[in-house]
Ligand binder design. Structure first.
Ligand SMILES: [Mg+2]
Length: 149
């Protein structure tokens, strides 16, 4: 099976940096820069660790590519990154479209590289519009939180 894990709100607790985007105007730059201080969401990380030895795990995040190094270091530090860095699918730093669009395109890229039946792919995700996108595309999805930020 192929498991697609979201990062923000699924594996990474972003509650400490939400204040950057709960004001007007939203400060997306500071919001993303603070990702290095995210705490691990342990129960979901434990599921990933249990699945990893016998399955393929990739990460799909709407974080901008400018945070690639910080994100990969965070995954490594938290013992979640065993695969090559090309298993981390991100948003182009200049692309400001909705996370659902970004992750649908990430899914296209994943399927190009790992052409599997949709029934062999499972997603872990918190953000409701992205969950709906995955389900509309035929991907069984575990929603791990409300993700309505
Ligand atoms: Mg998320």
């Amino acid at each position: 099976m192929l498991y697609i894990f979201d990062i923000d709100g699924t594996l990474a607790d972003l509650s400490h940096r939400l204040h950057h985007i709960e004001k007007t105007p939203k400060d997306w730059g500071s919001f993303h820069e603070a990702c290095v201080d995210d705490k691990l969401i342990v129960p979901v990380a434990e599921v990933l660790r249990a699945l990893h030895p016998t399955n393929t795990v990739v990460f799909s995040t709407a974080r901008p590519h400018s945070t690639f190094e910080a994100t990969w270091n965070w995954l490594t530090t938290n013992g979640l990154a065993w695969e090559a860095t090309d298993n981390l699918y991100m948003r182009k730093s200049t692309d400001h479209r909705h996370a659902g669009i970004i992750k649908s395109e990430n899914l296209d890229r994943i399927l190009l590289r790992l052409p599997l039946p949709l029934s062999d792919i499972i997603a872990f995700e918190d953000h409701t519009p992205v969950v709906e996108m995955y389900r509309a595309r035929g991907i069984r999805t575990f929603q791990v939180d409300r993700g309505d930020y």
